[in-house]
Write a protein that binds this ligand. Sequence first.
Ligand SMILES: O=C(CO)COP(=O)(O)O
Length: 156
Amino acid sequence: MKTHKNIALVAHDNRKKDLMEWVRWNVETLIPHHLICTGTTGRLIEETIHEQLLKTGKETTIHISKLKSGPLGGDQQMGAFIADGKVDFMIFFWDPMMPQPHDVDVKALLRIAVLYNIPTACNRSTADFMISSPLMNEAYERTIKDFSDYLNRDIS
Ligand SMILES: O=C(CO)COP(=O)(O)O
């Protein structure tokens, strides 16, 4: 994981306000990094950051990649990004009070994040701890479990 990180940002509808507040608060810290978002979250983040930069009169750009909307395959695309090593950490404010039509995709995304040892924040306090970690400004090597036994298992 380099000093400039690929940060996944995702929020369910009832948690988007929370995430936008967090983004507003941390805009300066987020600017040097590459944000990868599911569709609607990404659109809102783009607007939020744009507003914030206008307010401060800062002329800077931020790199935001928008995937499909979560229920339309965006969570699965994010999972594929993780499996391909394209995500360094993830902020995923999922809704603990509302079943989602794509619950299986949400579970799959959370599972793949654990499998690949991706730092993952599912609430604001964890996100605050993560973004204020000294490791934000350093390169960091995630350890990934060795799956060779599994890959070479005997299936005869
Ligand atoms: O559903 C989501 C995550 O499971 C988020 O998707 P959107 O950002 O497109 O709303």
